[in-house]
Ligand binder design. Sequence first.
Ligand code: MEV
Length: 322
Amino acid sequence: MTFGIMADASAPAKIIFSGEHSVVYGQPALAIAINLRCHVKITKDGEGLLITSKNYIQKYYYSTAKLENVLSGKIINSKLDNIAMAVLTVFKPNEISHKLEINSEIPIGAGLGSSAAVAVATVTAALKIKGQKYDSKIISDKAFICERIAHGNPSGIDNLISTYGGIVRFQNGNMIKLDLEYEIPIIIIDTKIPKETKKMVELVKKNWKSNPEKYNDIFNKMGTLTSKIEKELLNNNLENIGYLMLENQKFLEKIGVGIPNIEKLISNLSKLNTFGYKITGAGGGGAIIVLMKNGDTKEAIKIVETLGYDVYETKITNLGVN
Ligand code: MEV
């Protein structure tokens, strides 16, 4: 039943502070919701599903027949089927007569969880416009269906953190929220080297299959690092965390998800007042997180900008989907 003609929702981006990739193999990961959001508005309008966006993707129209195909697992538009699926987790194809507007602050393909945020916000707006009861678990589970379309074999951490917000320790589908009384001084550098999470997850799987013993050992060590980072986060020991991030970065490079030609950026990072840095998300491109030594990140941001990268000063947000 339709109670309204318009519904909107927004959901945050995330950084993986530790444990990307190894989390797919059952190890723990730490994720943090950050203050960049994806806003979605759904209006009852026309027939089928029209997706539009100011700054994210092109306009695309799904007829009822196309929506039926997406539901049955066919690829109609590889970049947008995950978003169509978000509406299809709530409505049957022949019930869909909606316009979906996306307005996202989250850079796409940077490893900051843009696809999860759009799925979480879209599922929520669709549930609202349908007038269906929901809770965070329902939203996150439905968004996970969309994430599987976008990323093949994801762990589920991205949809979860975007739904719940805050800081989360995630392992095998279960989460614990961590309470921090302080802001972690992180900047995010988007290298603007395009990457696809799906491809990176597949690459790591291929490497793992070629030598499971070696990779299981690395994933175990990455899991241990994540637990150490969690402990140091709770102790507010940024220096130790920075050291552990650098260790983590070495493992990410070992499993094949390093960022090409990153040396120039890294050598310039040494001029900054940093404790450590690492890839965040799927790697192979996308974003790096840098832990700063003091709260004043302005100088660092200037240096990074002059190198031609996009840079974001990050605040943790406890506001998940809204
Ligand atoms: C992507 O944000 C994190 C990965 O570990 C994939 C996943 O956990 O689904 C690379």
